[in-house]
Structures are given as C-alpha cells and as structure tokens.
Design a binder for this molecule. Structure first.
Ligand SMILES: NC(=O)c1ccc[n+]([C@@H]2O[C@H](COP(=O)([O-])OP(=O)(O)OC[C@H]3O[C@@H](n4cnc5c(N)ncnc54)[C@H](O)[C@@H]3O)[C@@H](O)[C@H]2O)c1
Length: 367
C-alpha cells in the first residue's frame, strides 16, 4: 500500500508533512533532505528508548547516513519515568557533549514518551533546534507526534513542564508497529475511537465498519486510521494551537474519568488508552442525561470499543473518591468538573457538570 501524506498547516507556523506508510523510516534521510531547515543539518541526533533502539535505531541511522547526514544517538530508559527533570537534564548534557549546534536537528524515535521528552529537549536546547518526530507506537502516530505539545512530568503531576513547538516533519512508519505489544496497540485504538466520535459521521461509521481489521492490524485499515486521525488532529490544532480557544479540549474526550482511574488504580495498572475508553463509555452515558446523546450512539460506541479490544475495565471505587480524583485534575476550574460531552457524532460541548449529577452517574456505573 502506498504511503500517504498529510500537511499540517497551523497559523503563524511553518507547515509540515506527516508521512504515513510501511517503509517511510527507510526513506527518512531522503525526506529530511527535502525540508529546508533540516536538509543541511551538520549533525542529526536520534533520541530513542531502550525498547525501540535495538529494533529501529540502526535502520534510522542507515537511512540518514545514505543521505549524507552525520548521526549520533541518545538512548533513554523505556517508560513514562523517562519524562523527568533528571532524564531531560541528561539529554541536554548529552546534546552538549555531542556539540550539537543550532544547525543540527533531533529525531525522536519512539512512542509518546520519547516524542514528548525529545521534543522538549529540542525546543529548549540552544533555545530551539528542529525536531523530527518518528513515532513507533500507534498512539504516537495518531496523536502525540502531531500538534507540537512537548512535556515532562513533575512530582506535582503529568506534563506540567513543556512547550508548544511544532515538529519539522513526522515520519510514521507503520512497519515498526509489528513489534508493538497488544496492550499498547489497544491504547492507540482508544485514541482513534476518540477522534472518530468527535470528528463526525464519516470517520465514525468507517471505523465501526473496520474495527475488527484495525484490531487485527490489517495494513490498509491501519494506514487509513492513522491518516484520518492525523487529518482530524491537524484540523483541531490549526484552530486552537495553544488550547486557548476552547477547541483543542475536545481531545480530552474520555479523559476526565480516564485520568481519575489512572491515578486511583495506580499509574501503569491499566494502559492510558484502556482508561480513556472507560472514560468514553462513562461520558457518553453522562451525555445521554445532560445533552440528550441518542441511545443508538451509546450502543454504537460500546460496540466500537469492544471491537477494538477495549472491553469495560470492571474497575470499581467509591464514587466520592472518584469525584475527588477528577477534581484534582489540572483542567478543573473553580472546583467544577468539566466533561467533553458529545450530543451526537461530531457534535460536542465542554460542560461543567454538577457534583450530584456526576456522583449519581458514577453510582449507576459502578452498580
Ligand atoms: N504530546 C501530545 O500531544 C501527547 C498526546 C497524547 C499522549 N502523550 C504522551 O504520550 C505518552 C504515551 O505514549 P505511548 O503510549 O506511545 O507510550 P511509550 O512511549 O511509553 O511507549 C509504550 C511502550 O512501547 C514501547 N515501544 C514503543 N514503540 C515500540 C515498538 N514499535 N515496538 C515495541 N515496543 C515499542 C516503548 O518502549 C514503551 O515501553 C505519555 O507520556 C503521554 O503523556 C502526548
């Protein structure tokens, strides 16, 4: 299947391409030669993690070398803990030791953790060098590699220090997904489902039709799902790059309960995507009561998530405890819990829901 390309055009930013296809990593060097601010890079530093580097670092380096780039690499520990002040400091120091200069570039080769960390390092080292995202998880391909959010975690919470810095290019090589563990696959599928519900009928009903194929990693379905998700995300980010216009918040659909579960169950107990899927099931039921979401949509979304390998978690907690965890979220304003609630496919609003209504819905959910 041929590679596809999506152009991300954000006001006041240099437009960039997202290339999606089985073998696009092998073509990374050629692709970078076509990007003016990277084409003549004196050195390209690839940042990757201990799981991804043994699998794909050599291929990325070879492709860059074939196009005449001088390459180096920095390998960080795999997992969320790498998004820390300590590891960021190590990456900065390593970049300085490698004498990466302003005319160099960084490639983030890995999942969302490497993308966020290397993106932040690139945005801040020497006050900014270009960053190329080479995502290797489904989640990173459909979501985190596009849109320019970079971040590390602080003791006080996730993603509390970061920048909005758009990448120079995104290279989504679907061949790398062949080694992705099942749990991570389902995690990415949840973000695709989220995008489809928020985007509209065309994406949503297409996804309902191919849910099994996507769960089975059928190449055509995978490339199409990534392409549609990137087109969706690019549109959202173009309308609201810095989450200040009330548009980008649609990307938090399913996240209000999802984040609370992650926190209460303990980070890593369930995957982020599994928690988002649970949050979407909960939010659509709340939307039934609050904004009249139709019964058919609740059933269709349930069926879609089941088909994508995202069953109900069966996790329970005291409703009051869950409400309190929701209120601890950094997106809470004035102590009121806000939910992205779809009244139908493609129609959503950001609503403050009264504590009593949230508690009543949680009681029903856990019954
Ligand atoms: N910047 C954004 O807009 C944005 C959006 C959503 C999520 N995020 C962030 O993304 C992160 C989650 O990203 P993620 O789910 O990709 O997690 P991740 O980067 O931790 O990757 C998941 C696991 O899969 C491994 N892995 C990656 N690619 C692989 C491959 N091809 N084969 C085998 N193993 C592979 C990784 O080493 C890791 O163990 C979170 O930190 C989240 O905050 C950022």
């Amino acid at each position: 299947m041929p590679a596809t390309k999506v152009v991300v055009s954000i006001p006041d930013e240099v437009p960039y391409d997202v290339r999606i296809g089985a073998q696009v990593l092998d073509d990374l060097g050629n692709s970078l030669k076509r990007i003016p601010r990277v084409a003549n890079a004196s050195r390209v530093v690839i940042v990757s993690d201990t799981n991804v580097a043994p699998l794909y670092l050599a291929a990325a380096k070879e492709s860059l070398a074939r196009s005449g780039f001088r390459t180096s690499d920095i390998v960080v520990p795999a997992g969320e803990d790498a998004k820390s002040v300590e590891v960021l400091g190590e990456v900065w120091e390593a970049l300085a030791s490698l004498k990466l200069s302003r005319d160099g570039a960084i490639v983030a080769l890995g999942g969302g953790v490497v993308g966020d960390l290397a993106g932040f390092a690139a945005a801040t080292y020497l006050r900014g060098v270009p960053c190329v995202q080479a995502p290797t998880t489904l989640l990173a391909m459909v979501d985190s590699s596009v849109g320019g959010k970079t971040a590390i975690n602080l003791e006080a919470g996730k993603n509390l220090a970061g920048t909005f810095t758009q990448p120079a290019f995104v290279c989504a090589s679907t061949a790398t997904l062949s080694t992705l563990p099942e749990r991570e696959w389902a995690c990415g599928c949840a973000e695709v489902a989220k995008a489809a519900v928020i985007d509209g009928d065309d994406f949503f009903f297409w996804l309902c039709d191919v849910a099994d194929d996507l769960a089975q990693r059928d190449e055509e379905a995978v490339i199409e799902a990534i392409t549609r998700s990137v087109v969706f995300k690019a549109g959202v980010v173009a309308a609201d790059q810095k989450e200040s216009q009330g548009v980008r918040e649609c990307l938090n659909y399913g996240h209000t309960l999802g984040h609370a579960i992650e926190k209460l169950a303990g980070y890593g107990t369930f995957s982020h995507g599994a928690c988002v899927a649970e949050g979407m099931r909960f939010a659509i039921r709340l939307a039934q009561k609050e904004v009249g979401a139709p019964d058919e949509l609740v059933a269709a979304q349930d069926e879609l998530l089941d088909g994508l390998g995202l069953p109900r978690l069966g996790w329970k907690a005291a409703p009051e405890e869950v409400l309190s965890a929701m209120k601890g979220d950094k997106k809470v304003r004035d102590g009121k819990v806000r939910f992205v609630l779809p009244s139908d496919v493609g129609k959503w609003g950001l609503l403050h829901v009264a504590d009593e209504a949230v508690l009543a819905e949680l009681k029903e959910w856990f019954a």
